[in-house]
Design a protein around this ligand. Structure first.
Ligand SMILES: [Zn+2]
Length: 318
């Protein structure tokens, strides 16, 4: 599972910035405390000098009595402790207020990225996605199965079928892994395809997966812009190819040019080859997709995706 590197870096910066800020604040408080209690400053300087002297000796190759140095340091620390107690000084009030106790807001624990960085990065990517789509509106809880008629349409009971699809999607999101299968949602407009794919997106984003969601026109538009401007800053294509889950909404609504057709094929094909799951939504029938793209794309999709046909009446009207 991987949050995009862009958000990891951004999170690291934010966390370190807070660490530096808190350390500075704590240092100011300590200096102010030293003005009230010069003895305290002397204790701290003495403790520091014990170690500095030992280090100097090590560097100049002299023999160092570490035991004696440690004993000396402990002795001063004990005096300091007694002094603090006598004057009722609470040192915790001048120590830095870090958000993360594990890494003291450095972002690293034993050379490894701290959990707090992943958590922050996940939240950042979720917010970024939320800027374009109001993710909170599209949850499983807000999906209303009663909007589907409890009668036969095209040979199946619409509500029963949609209940099965709904349950399938809930399970898909719950048990998602990098080995999850790809899904193809098709059927007429207004049957909840976007809602269910965003509900899956919602769950996975909160779990820390890197999900790229976008109406196909927007995704392709970004790639096209970057392709022709050679913009090094953005890397939509990398992210689209490598994210944990790619959700392409409204396939077939974009204006098709040879560039678009080959890019769409590339994205779909590369993700299949790399065993990366993708969810595609479309209002088009297979023959329409074949006409718009190619038989090649349709055969790649039908051979590698689980097909879920949505049947009912436009729920947006209700
Ligand atoms: Zn941390």
């Amino acid at each position: 599972m991987g949050v995009s590197a862009k958000y990891i870096l951004q999170a690291l910066e934010e966390i370190k910035a807070n660490g530096t800020k808190q350390s500075l604040i704590a240092e100011n408080k300590k200096q102010s405390l030293y003005l009230d209690y010069p003895e305290l400053k002397r204790f701290d300087e003495q403790i520091a000098s014990v170690f500095q002297n030992a280090m100097k000796s090590v560097i100049s190759g002299e023999k160092v009595d570490f035991k004696a140095a440690e004993a000396k340091s402990l002795e001063i620390q004990q005096q300091k402790k007694e002094f603090l107690e006598k004057n009722s000084i609470d040192l915790s009030k001048v120590s830095p207020l870090f958000n993360c106790k594990k890494c003291s807001d450095t972002g690293y624990v034993n050379g490894k990225i701290c959990d707090c960085v992943i958590k922050t990065a996940t939240a950042l990517s979720y917010n970024e996605l939320n800027k374009d789509v109001d993710l909170e509106r599209y949850t499983f809880e807000k999906f209303d199965l009663n909007l589907y008629p409890d009668r036969e349409i095209e040979g199946v009971n619409s509500r029963e079928l949609m209940t099965k699809i709904y349950n399938f999607c809930v399970k898909y999101a719950d048990s998602f892994s990098n080995k999850a299968e790809s899904l193809f949602f098709f059927g007429k407009t207004g049957l909840g395809k976007t809602h269910l794919s965003l509900a899956i997106t919602n769950v996975l984003c909160k779990k820390g997966y890197n999900v790229v969601y976008g109406p196909i026109s927007k995704v392709i538009g970004n790639i096209e812009k970057e392709h022709f401007s050679k913009d090094e800053q953005e890397n939509t294509i990398d992210n689209v190819q490598n994210c944990d889950l790619l959700v392409l909404d409204d396939l077939g609504t974009e204006f098709s040019t040879p560039f678009v057709v080959s890019t769409v094929f590339d994205i779909i094909n590369t993700r299949i080859l790399n065993n990366k799951p993708t969810i595609i939504n479309t209002n088009l029938e297979f023959d329409e997709l074949e006409q718009k793209y190619s038989a090649r794309i349709v055969s790649r999709i039908s051979g590698n995706y689980r097909m879920l046909k949505f049947i009912g009446e436009d729920i947006r009207i209700k």
